[in-house]
Write a protein that binds this ligand. Structure first.
Ligand code: ATP
Length: 457
């Protein structure tokens, strides 16, 4: 994490907004919190669901060459011997406080990080994995681990998926799930926590085609963040140096985001070669080769792994969406969240609490909520209610006023421009669906008109 962020948002503002509006709370807060564990509140859980949904849609639903999986968190302990996690983390380790690389303390000549020269933590015998016991007796034989990554659940199911789906290479298996790491250095809010969620793809390819697929996934994954609204200049690709490469990787790039504390990893994309399937073959004794019916060859596929974090994506998306501007003499805080990610898509706001208005507004609310997460707010002035929605990134507000009772129309107000159009209530659902999918606000239905704001020329 070098170069401080030049963006105007600092982490305190994000933490405070998340706390204030119910995105994210410290875990078990009434007991003083639990270090590096976080609870997602009513808005946070929606944001997270939307991120996972957007990922699943892009990598599974809209592709022919990918299937999903949901493997269990607890796995046979031998999995972690085969993967190298048990051995790799049982050494005396120190961790660099700035770049977070870990080093065996007995390999080091002085007390500085060989990669960036940063200060190192005290050495300790460290296993990154959380240990627990399966069954009623706490004995070594029943030790199991909370998985530190979801990937291994995919590797051990490779043959099951090939046999049951008849997928042919190249194809991938995607999985979203919790992972746990007893991290030495934590901090920066949800950036590095001890319990987090990963979105991982293991893409199986024929050896020799791996470089091509590696490049493909680098571009594909980078574009995913851009399509969801992250500014391209806040993203970069960083290649791992030889010394930095994990034991299983032939090549690795990080997609870094310019977080408030500097550039840091959002997603890692690795060419894992045949390491994982070869290891699991040797530890399980099961043949994990693939049979190519065209060439009649047996071989162990190579694996390209794009591995992303849900929590880090949420943090990057919040930081990137955060904005403050002066509106009518007041600071307007707003989140420019992509409509697909916004926790609430539409807010229905009756201009007053008079019964006649409330009846219409409640009808609109009942109708729209069947389709989206919609909120209903009738407390305080309309201006304040708009601000509340801006701050949580709600793309559209629908206002029902006294005139609505006569002309059966309502106004739609757009978050970023604050422009408004007036449209028939009966068409609201169709119109909002189009606007949420990106249609320009001033594309009007029959009978609709620009209400406030100007058509851009
Ligand atoms: P770092 O070096 O930042 O700890 P890593 O290289 O160990 O990350 P990977 O093992 O490549 O991370 O995991 C893939 C992805 O999982 C990361 O890019 C990140 O988005 C997410 N991730 C990993 N560790 C954590 C954590 N402790 N908290 C939140 N997300 C994490």
């Amino acid at each position: 994490m070098t170069e401080p962020a030049s963006t105007k948002v600092d982490m305190e503002k994000i933490v405070s907004l998340c706390r204030r509006r119910g995105f994210i709370f410290p875990s078990s807060e009434i007991y003083g919190g639990l270090s590096s564990c976080w609870d997602y509140g009513p808005l946070g859980v929606e944001l997270k669901r939307n991120i996972k949904e957007a990922w699943w849609r892009a990598v599974v639903q809209e592709r022919d060459d990918m299937v999903g999986l949901d493997a269990s968190i607890l796995m046979h302990p031998q999995t972690w011997e085969a993967s190298g996690h048990l051995k790799g983390f049982a050494d005396p380790l120190v961790e660099c406080k700035s770049c977070h690389l870990r080093w065996r303390s007995d390999d080091l000549e002085d007390n500085n990080c060989p990669s960036c020269g940063g200060e190192l933590t005290e050495p300790r015998l460290f296993n990154l994995m959380f240990k627990t016991f399966m069954g009623p007796i706490e004995e070594e034989a029943s030790v199991v681990y909370l998985r530190p990554e979801t990937a291994q659940g995919i590797f051990v199911n490779f043959q099951n998926v090939v046999n049951t789906t008849r997928k042919r290479l190249p194809f991938g298996i995607a999985q979203i799930g919790k992972a746990f790491r007893n991290e030495i250095t934590t901090g920066n809010f949800i950036f590095r926590s001890r319990e987090f969620e990963q979105m991982e793809i293991e893409f199986f390819v024929k050896p020799g085609t791996d470089q091509e697929w590696f490049n493909y996934w680098l571009e594909e994954r980078l574009n995913w963040y851009v399509k969801l609204g992250i500014k391209r200049e806040n993203l970069r690709l960083r290649q791992h140096t030889k010394g930095e490469l994990a034991h299983y990787a032939r090549e690795c790039y990080d997609i870094d985001y310019l977080f408030p504390m500097g550039w840091a990893e959002l997603e890692g994309i690795a060419n894992r070669g045949d390491f994982d399937l070869v290891q699991h073959t040797s530890f399980s004794g099961k043949n994990l080769e693939y049979f190519d019916d065209e060439t009649k060859e047996h071989f162990v596929p190579y694996i390209i792994e794009p591995s992303a974090g849900v929590d880090r994506s949420a943090l990057a998306l919040l930081c990137d969406a955060y904005d403050e501007e002066l509106a009518e003499g007041e600071t307007r805080v707003l989140l420019h969240l992509h409509p697909a990610l916004a926790p609430i898509k539409v807010a229905v706001l009756p201009l007053s609490r008079r019964e006649k208005l409330v009846v219409v507004a409640k009808q609109v609310y009942a109708d729209l909520r069947r389709q989206w997460m919609v909120s209903y707010d009738d407390a305080q002035s309309i201006g304040r209610r708009y601000r509340r929605q801006d701050e949580i990134g709600t793309p559209f507000c629908v206002t029902v006023d006294f005139q609505s009772l006569e002309d059966e129309q309502a106004t739609i107000r757009e978050r970023d421009t604050m422009n408004q159009i007036r449209v028939p209530i009966s068409d609201l659902k169709t119109i909002l669906a189009a606007k949420l999918s990106g249609e320009e606000l001033f594309v009007l239905p029959p009978g609709g008109k620009i209400w406030k704001g100007e058509r851009e020329t």
